[in-house]
Design a protein around this ligand. Sequence first.
Ligand SMILES: [Zn+2]
Length: 101
Amino acid sequence: MNRHERRRLGVSAVPGISGEKYRSMRRMCGWEGCLEVTEKPPPIPDGWVWLLTYSDPQFVVDFRKIKQPRHDKVLCPTHAKALDDLLKQLSVAAAPSVGSE
Ligand SMILES: [Zn+2]
């Protein structure tokens, strides 16, 4: 059952906690070893980011239709920057055009 199915049914990813209660909870950074927690429930504070990755074979425009979520987390500002530093920047990662060498 994915996040959206859980939300529709009013259940959460955490057994024993309703979907409504889960949505109203503070969030802990999803970076391994980090214990930073938001001061209040969503919306998340400035600098925090939502991190959603999935492995569906095709790009999914409507994220409610994601079938294979891998990560559905938030990152604190420190780890949002750490992730940015690890990933290629769009201008660098742009693929060469077809026929260019
Ligand atoms: Zn963190």
